[in-house]
Design a protein around this ligand. Sequence first.
Ligand code: NAP
Length: 309
Amino acid sequence: MLDLAIIGGGPAGLTAGLYATRGGLQNVTMFEMGMPGGQITGSSEIENYPGQGKVMTGMELMENWPAQALKFGLKHEMNQVKTVVKDGDIFTIITADGKQQESKSVLLATGSVPRRAGFKGENEFFGRGISTCATCDGFFYKGKEVALIGGGDSALEEAVYLSKICSKVYLVHRRDTYRAAPSTIEHMKARDNIEEVTNVDVEEVYGDNMGVTGLKVKSKIDGTIRDLNVPGVFVFVGRDVLNEPFKQEDGTFLCDVNEQGEIIVDLKMRTNVPGIYAAGDVRIDAAKQVVCAAGDGATAAVDIIEYVG
Ligand code: NAP
């Protein structure tokens, strides 16, 4: 029987694992189907993690986290959690290989995945010219022109990153004001090879059997259509939470969620079901920052230690 099952190995899950094991819990397993580190490992530039003065990649920031967390006895199981079932005070973790493990408590720290924007051609060309990771795929477009869709922090940060690899970046946004932080907007505006294409809707991304050859955008002001002939399109239009493990057979959730499927928690990261917790981007009102996810993980672990007793 596990004391705690942590689902997800990003900043929230790793920090919870570190605090729970160092705080005395004996049997703690973190289920993470990929390499621990989380979605932040796809970020190209981090400059706001406290205490780290230099600008670094997400990979660099997360490099030492897994070893530190595993040092105190946390176990990492490379497996996908399909669902969690409750029977009285005990939870059964069912993984993709059909294995079942019982646990006294569960922390969901699965984070989120990139959202699809919904334009024509998006699914057809996904992975064949359409990408949601500039650090992973930017290099394929070295010296070429690319388009990037979105107007938040992710879009503008990655536009700046791509502008250092690509000859030109078309920043395509549906409004003419951005959600990104003022300093990020300033960085973007300082790059002379980023062209802002604002107040437009993406009509379609098109291509041939080799991949993307361009996209059509339509002005919201006068309806004119513009073709951007690029071989690469990056999409950064927000993220959807990964709440699947808490979904039950009848379509309900193991605990309360809001309209967006985000897990409802209190200030101790407790859900409405005793023994079930959520931390990081998967929870309501998440600030979506590494430092906050890590803080959530620690907060949850402190309460879980008391709960498990
Ligand atoms: P976001 O802030 O939700 O921005 C999404 C952007 O995509 C918005 O500009 C939105 O346009 C646009 N958009 C949404 N759906 C669209 C669609 N179907 N078609 C075209 N455009 C669409 O998402 P994010 O940039 O991924 O950031 C998520 C959170 O993480 C935010 O809280 C952000 O501050 C945080 N974050 C922080 C940092 C940092 O601090 N360094 C870095 C990255 C992310 P509208 O503006 O018109 O709605």
